[in-house]
Design a protein around this ligand. Structure first.
Ligand SMILES: [Zn+2]
Length: 363
């Protein structure tokens, strides 16, 4: 397939790219990646005879095309696209559509098609969701109560808004505290693969450029209008997996529809009611969880149980204590203690490993 890099030919794509990137004097390389992502999508649509509306509806076919067609040119020519690369292409495509919906070039209903895919992908790839009967170590009395993957999925499915789904993932996948999630500003969200080329500021160090690699969020300790407060004693970054980007995009579409939120830098805002557009409070989130869990789960789930879910999933996936400390922003390693359970079998394997090594050395 011949990729047509001349996106200028396409009025929506060129207007979007000019506004989004060139207008803000962004780095050429990043614009080029976005431009080539969109060019790839548009030539696929053209060659398969789809207009913008039908191409959005059939986005899953474009994904199959990306997954099965080797890269045509450049350094990686001939190799398959990684999931991360596919996600970046989709992010560019979705952003172009959102832009088009905003200026009336694309019917708003089309946006819905773009996210059906994201929702399906997201549910399938949530940690632990495919493991039905995982054997768990018996729980110690001191272990913090954590939600199970089934409960997290039930909350996600029961959530009515993209905002709630994104919030659930902030707690369950990134392991944020509620105060940390609610304290997020737009400027803390660095969901681009190479933030350096954008010249974005590190929100924790005013005047300095952010140097964190990979899509990430900054958790910064500061006063917020909704009273949210990061309990971590230092500022830190959390990496954001590709699967969350679609959920974030969907939330942004929803948030863009709330005119009152346009001037608010706080990320997680009320979508309706008297406080529409204002940052939501921890009390609101507690109520949301009461409502969701009474409908979807067999027991009440409080928000902090999602952070405990993240911690225990990381541990059972083999994260070390140091990793856990960095992932969850703990200032003290003692916080990890309640999660650390070494089973009898693990203890046995450890002494046997050591004895084997000694034995081999003695021979
Ligand atoms: Zn950053």
């Amino acid at each position: 397939m011949v990729v047509d890099d001349d996106y200028h030919r396409h009025p929506l794509a060129s207007r979007w790219l000019e506004t989004r990137y060139f207008g803000r004097a962004q780095a050429e390389t990043t614009s080029a990646e976005y431009a080539s992502s969109v060019a790839l999508f548009l030539s696929w649509a053209e060659l398969t005879g789809r207009d913008l509306t039908h191409a959005a509806r059939d986005l899953h076919l474009f994904v199959s095309f990306l997954a099965t067609t080797p890269i045509e040119s450049g350094r990686s020519a001939g190799s398959a696209r990684t999931a991360g690369r596919i996600n970046r292409i989709l992010m560019a495509v979705r952003e172009m559509y959102r832009f088009g919906a905003g200026d009336g070039t694309v019917p708003v209903e089309v946006i819905g098609h773009l996210y059906e895919l994201a929702a399906r992908e997201g549910y399938q790839s949530l940690p632990g969701s495919r493991v039905r009967h995982r054997r768990r170590e018996p729980r110690r009395a001191s272990e913090p109560d954590h939600a199970t993957s089934g409960e997290v999925l039930a909350l996600l499915r029961g959530a009515n808004t993209a905002r709630d789904r994104f919030l659930i993932l902030l707690l369950a996948v990134l392991g944020l505290r509620v105060g940390q999630a609610l304290g997020l500003r737009h400027s803390d969200v660095h969901l681009v693969p190479d933030v350096w080329s954008y010249g974005l500021e590190d929100p924790a160090r005013p005047g300095e450029r952010c140097r964190t690699a990979g899509e990430h969020l900054h958790v910064v300790r500061r006063r917020n209008p909704n009273g949210a407060w990061s309990k971590a004693r230092f500022d830190f970054c959390v990496q954001v997996p590709p699967i969350m980007l679609g959920f974030y995009d969907a939330f942004m579409v929803e948030r863009d529809g709330v005119a009152e939120s346009a001037s608010n830098d706080m990320l997680i805002v009320a979508l309706a009611g008297p406080t529409r557009g204002e940052a939501i409070t921890a009390r609101n989130v507690n109520k949301l969880f009461e409502r969701l869990s009474s409908r979807a789960c067999d027991r009440p789930i409080v928000p902090h149980m999602l952070r405990h879910f993240a911690a225990s999933e990381h541990l059972s996936a083999g994260a070390t204590r140091d990793e856990l400390q960095a992932l969850l922003g703990w200032s003290n390693i003692a916080s990890a203690q309640p999660y650390i359970h070494i089973s009898d079998a693990q203890r046995r394997a450890a002494v046997e490993r050591l004895a084997d090594r000694l034995g081999n050395g003695a021979r």
